[in-house]
Design a protein around this ligand. Structure first.
Ligand code: PLP
Length: 435
């Protein structure tokens, strides 16, 4: 793979990262951060503000990763920081219920009325793992259907043909996951109605639930085909199976009520995370009362967490959701994404380079491909070597996009027209050199 050596001075990053490599596996605490698929050494961050990140060498980057989704208000939003600071001054964890857990839950349910009860956990991984356990426990069935390229965290049961880092590293399933567990997770192509029908024919009464990213965002952004989510809704309800929307990315992003609101659907269970904590570690699973009441201490499905409902996480979530209630927020980030992707489409066309830009509201991915991207197979056929070149060209210009072609770009309320100009210019410079 060839890519231009970064022109920025990154000696401090190189030095610290090489020391990290000796003590931290791959030098990172989550795989995609290692720049494996784009090459080069990751920069180490010193601080963030608004749409910007500063590395430890003093370089500044316009950020389109935004901590992989949570920072919809930008880095270090003053109100969010203040709320978290105040909370920290009163103690970092209690292990006793707080008013803030209820306050955050109320803010969620206002936006997502299909959620009747909510349990807070500490990550999206836990949320999805718990949702699957509820589906299995409540139905007494074993099989969970997922979709190729869908990512639902790193618990054993979902690491089969998964998106995000597993896609980036080209792994089919993770080592260390027992064969027996992968057998009861059935992964089928996204947006494939027939595969869904075949699956229900074959496994019917053994299907506990179907988990789906209602707008796939971990194989790059891939919107659901017309009627696909409705089809899942029909199939699961006829079959007595649980429909789980994994809205860890889409929740509070594509609409206040997430993809469920955007498409007007009522899943049985919803998984949340990312924006829900405003940058603090969090996750949540919510849904119909009779399902949620199967959880301990009400029911016999066990789930717990020392730091669940943590006061710093609820502070991050409450302040973020309150800020998001300001009028025009969703229109603003959508318009930014619409304008930016429109201008990028125009530029790539002008330079005669075939790209596909998939976008739903403010969520989008640019694929180097001449074919439409409707599922994971399509996404894998896009030109990732070219994406790597693109990534480094932009990084050189001070624009940080996801270090993998299988990820979504994230914009925030802190992204302005000035930032858009800079992005467009960086892309144009890439295209000029690519000629
Ligand atoms: C990020 C993500 C998860 C996992 O959340 P973590 O907080 O990283 O454990 C699950 N589902 C989706 C759709 C995600 O994007």
């Amino acid at each position: 793979m060839t890519f231009m050596k970064t022109r920025k001075q990154t000696v401090n990053s190189e030095k610290v990262f090489s020391r990290s490599l000796a003590l931290i596996p791959g030098g990172v605490n989550s795989p995609v951060r290692a720049f494996g698929s784009v090459g080069g050494t990751p920069f180490l961050v010193d601080r963030g503000e608004g749409a910007w990140l500063w590395d430890i060498d003093g370089n500044r980057y316009l950020d389109y990763v935004m901590s992989w989704g949570p920072l919809i208000l930008g880095h270090a939003h003053p109100e969010v920081v203040k709320t978290i600071r105040d909370a920290a001054g009163r103690g970092c964890s209690y292990g006793v219920p707080t008013r803030e857990e209820l306050a955050l839950t109320e803010l969620v349910i206002e936006r997502m009325p299909h959620i009747e009860k909510l349990r807070l956990v500490s990550s999206g991984t836990e949320a999805c793992m718990t949702a699957a356990r509820i589906a299995r426990g409540a139905t007494g069935r074993e099989i969970i259907i997922k979709f190729d390229g869908g990512y639902h965290g790193h618990s054993d049961l979902f690491l089969v043909r998964a998106g995000s880092g597993l896609a980036t590293s080209g792994l089919r399933a993770s080592a260390g996951v027992p064969e027996d567990i992968t057998r009861i997770t059935v992964s089928i192509p996204y947006n494939d109605f027939k595969a869904v029908d075949d699956c229900f024919l074959r496994y019917g009464s053994a299907i506990a639930g179907v988990i789906v990213e209602p707008i796939a965002a971990n194989m790059g952004v891939v919107p659901p085909a017309n009627g696909f989510l409705e089809h899942l809704f029909k199939k699961t309800s006829h079959n007595g199976s649980i429909l789980i929307f994994d809205e860890v990315i889409t929740g509070f992003r594509v609409a206040p009520g997430g993809a469920a609101e955007h498409y007007g659907l009522k899943p049985d269970l919803v998984c949340l995370g990312k924006i829900l904590g405003g940058g603090m570690p969090i996750g949540a699973v919510g849904g119909r009362k009779e399902l949620m009441d199967c959880l301990a201490p009400m029911g016999n499905i066990y789930q717990a967490g020392t730091l669940s409902g943590n006061p710093l996480s609820t502070a991050g979530g409450i302040s973020t959701l309150k800020e998001l209630a300001r009028p025009g927020v969703y229109e603003y980030i959508k318009r930014y994404a619409e304008d930016l992707t429109g201008r990028l489409s125009g530029l790539f066309e002008k330079y005669d380079i075939k790209v596909q830009i998939n976008r739903v509201e403010s969520l989008f991915t640019l694929f180097f491909s001449e074919y439409k991207i409707n599922n994971f197979e399509d996404a894998k056929k896009s030109d990732m070597a070219r994406y790597a070149n693109f990534f480094h060209a932009l990084l050189d210009e001070g624009v940080y996009i996801p270090p993998s072609g299988f990820e979504a770009w994230f914009v925030s309320t802190a992204h302005t027209s000035e930032h858009m100009q800079l992005t467009v210019k960086a892309v144009e410079n890439f295209l000029k050199k690519a000629e």
